[in-house]
Design a protein. Structure first.
Length: 287
C-alpha cells in the first residue's frame, strides 16, 4: 500500500498552454488567450477576477460576449444574439457563457463552414482532477483515550462538470492513517463523496464535502484481559455521511494547493470523545 501511495506522489503535472496576445478593444488594452482559431476565433482571459470572452471574425473585428443584467436584475444574454448573428442563425438556446460551452459552439460552427477545419475540442462533458495530500489525524471515530495524532496520507480523483468554475463535484478518495507506538491503530479507507463550493472564485474556493460511503481496512494492536498482546484486523463498509470542509488555492494554470479538514463530524458514526483533528495539505492538478 505504501508503495502505491508513494508512486502517486511521483505523478507529473500535465499543463496545457494557450497562445496569448495583446489587443486594444474599445480603448481597453487586454491580454487575451486564443482558445480556438478558425472562421471565428474564441479569445478569453481572467481580468480583475472576472472571466471575459471575445469573438474575432475573419475581417479582424473583435466583439465581447456579455451577459449583463437590466434594472430588474434579469440577465439580457447579449452573447446569444451576437453569436446567432455571426453564425447565420445557429441555435444558441442551450448556449451558456462558459469556456466549455462557447468552445464547443464555435468549434461546431467552424467545422460546419470549413471542411479543412480541424476540431480542437473533445465531446466529454466531465473533467478530472488528481490530488495527493498528507497531514495528521486523531481518528475521531475510533477510541483514542490520549487523543494521539498520527500521520495521514491520501490521494483522490475529483470529477466535475466541464465548466470554467464548477460548483459541484464528486470524488473518489484513498487515504491511509499510520499507526504509532502511542496509538497502534492503522487504517486504509476508500471513500466516495460529494463537494459543493460555497465560495467559488477563480483564485480560490471554499467547499463543504460529505463522504457518502466508505470501505475501511483497519489493524489494531491491543493488550487483552490476560495481559497478552493481540493484533486484530477488520473490514467495514459504512454509509457514514462524514462532513468536512476544504479550500483549493490556485497556484498555476491547472494546479492548486488544497487544505482539507476531512472529518469534522458524522451523522451515522459516533465521535469517541475527542474534538476532531483531521487536517491535510496537498496538491491537485487538472488532468
Amino acid at each position: 500500500m505504501r508503495t502505491f501511495l508513494l508512486s502517486l506522489l511521483a505523478c507529473l503535472v500535465f499543463q496545457v498552454h494557450y497562445g496569448q496576445e495583446t489587443y486594444t478593444i474599445n480603448g481597453e488594452t487586454l491580454e487575451l488567450k486564443t482558445e480556438i482559431e478558425g472562421e471565428l476565433d474564441l479569445l478569453w482571459n481572467i481580468i480583475d477576477n472576472e472571466y471575459r470572452y471575445f469573438v474575432k471574425t475573419n475581417d479582424g473585428s473583435i466583439v465581447e460576449l456579455k451577459n449583463t443584467k437590466n434594472e430588474g436584475r434579469t440577465y439580457q444574454e447579449e452573447y446569444k444574439s451576437i453569436l446567432s448573428d455571426l453564425t447565420q442563425g445557429m441555435s444558441t438556446e442551450k448556449l451558456k457563457l462558459t469556456l466549455y460551452s462557447l468552445r464547443n459552439f464555435i468549434d461546431h460552427y467552424n467545422a460546419s463552414v470549413d471542411a479543412s477545419y480541424i476540431s480542437s475540442t473533445t465531446e466529454s462533458d466531465v473533467q478530472f482532477r488528481l490530488g495527493v495530500s498528507g497531514g495528521l489525524t486523531n481518528n475521531p471515530f475510533v477510541s483514542n483515550p490520549d487523543n494521539t495524532k498520527n500521520p495521514l496520507i491520501g490521494a483522490e480523483l475529483e470529477i466535475y462538470e466541464a465548466n470554467v468554475l464548477p460548483r459541484h463535484s464528486g470524488f473518489l478518495q484513498l487515504r491511509h492513517a499510520f499507526d504509532s507506538d502511542d496509538f497502534p491503530y492503522a487504517a486504509t479507507e476508500f471513500s466516495m463523496g460529494y463537494r459543493y463550493r460555497i465560495i467559488n472564485q477563480s483564485a480560490f474556493s471554499i467547499y463543504g464535502q460529505v463522504k457518502l460511503a466508505t470501505l475501511n481496512f483497519s489493524d489494531v494492536t491491543f493488550t487483552d484481559a490476560n495481559n497478552m498482546e493481540r493484533n486484530e484486523s477488520n473490514t467495514a463498509f459504512d454509509i457514514p455521511f462524514i462532513f468536512g470542509i476544504g479550500s483549493d488555492i490556485k497556484v498555476g494554470k491547472n494546479s492548486f494547493i488544497t487544505i482539507i479538514y476531512g472529518e469534522l463530524f458524522a451523522i451515522f458514526l459516533d465521535n469517541q470523545g475527542n474534538f476532531s483533528t483531521d487536517i491535510s495539505i496537498g496538491y491537485k492538478f487538472n488532468l
